[in-house]
Design a protein around this ligand. Sequence first.
Ligand code: NAD
Length: 445
Amino acid sequence: MADPYSKLVTSSYGRQLAKRLGLPTPTPLRRYRPGDPVVSGPVLTGEAEGSRLGEAVSETLEAVHAEVHRRRDENTEYAALVFDATGIGDSLALGELHEFFGDTIRRVGRCARLIVLGTPPEEIDDPAERTAQRALEGFVRTAGKELKRGSTAQLVQVSRGGERAIDSTLRFLLSPKSAFVSGQVIRVGAAEAPPADGSLPLRDKVALVTGASRGIGAAIAETLARDGAHVVCLDVPSQGQDLAEVANRIGGSTLQLDITAENAPQRLIEHVEQRHEGLDIVVHNAGITRDKTIGRMSRDQWDAVLRVNLAAQERINTALLADSSPLRRGGRLVGVASISGIAGNVGQANYATSKAGVIGHVQALAPRAAERGVTINAVAPGFIETAMTAAVPLFVREAGRRMNSLSQGGLPIDVAETIAFYADPGSAGVNGNVVRVCGQSLLGA
Ligand code: NAD
């Protein structure tokens, strides 16, 4: 599903023209298809002296049948470069990054993956080590901007005690499922994570997705069903027909409900209790816009957006984290934020406030969720090709699409894959994170 500009510059004439004019030439991103390997070429690994994740990295690479190189081979084009930097204890040792990536970064193939592993800086007492670990972020974000041909770069910060919990994160970042995720920092805390179930990780799980009748919500429902979950597709009654079509397609069920209704949390819980033995995954995807600059925005426009995008999910999550809730241990709550909530956006004060609120809500509830063995995380999509963005005026739309390291818009499936990663039972240590699905957008960077 390439946009017209991407189609033009992937033709041989268009490519030459774009090159001559200095225009971006987006690489068609490789996306996951069931049955595909996690990583489709050789992986080069390295580690700074005294690092602690070598064994866990090897286990994952072995489990996904990767061809692992521990020494650089001049003639190999790598599908991924993985460097364990947890041993870097001061600023001079950061030179080890240059040592490993200096030559190898030019030897990666199309849609390659660069992954650096570190320690969350705020968990480190020693100032020199904390400084050096914080510094890794600048390196990774720059690598994401320098990499070409659809390749991505990420930093994974692993708590001490999280060594055994990084498998799902590594698999996600190595695979084409993270096609539109770049320049991100993902935290993995100490946790007991079950071994990966490659084909149906969400078997026997019950998921509920709000706003599931179309767009990103429909893609989330489809992806969670692909991974084995029964999906309860929720939307407002006026979307009933589209909603039923999505649910029928994926063997799920429907719940027609306006999430802003006074009794919405109770109705949602009653529905789950009557039809299922419990609930495992809840994705708060429903969202609306009512754009106007602050001075021209009515109080109704403000309230409508804050109610749907933020207050409704606060109320539902509070009910789901109460003692009597059907949300089972190992549960997953996911909020859909937006880069508008990180960078702000002209005409979207209500929307950006609500989406920044989603991020605040996820961070505020993460410790309480952890006490119940539940995680709560958010995705922050950038420019995603949907009906919402198709309605944006042409030039603004073109600018939105190109202003990221991959020079293209993402697809609903990219948001859905990131949510499926959070939902994976193996992601027990991934809590309180906000992953941007934006191709490393320049906005709010
Ligand atoms: P969309 O408008 O196509 O779909 C939103 C769905 O939410 C609709 O089906 C709608 O009926 C439902 N909904 C709205 N109010 C509801 C309510 N009160 N109760 C129940 N359902 C309700 O939007 P989309 O583009 O698919 O976006 C999905 C989410 O992603 C939204 O939260 C949006 O803010 C966010 N997002 C989208 C983009 C993008 O580029 N499209 C970027 C950043 C964030």
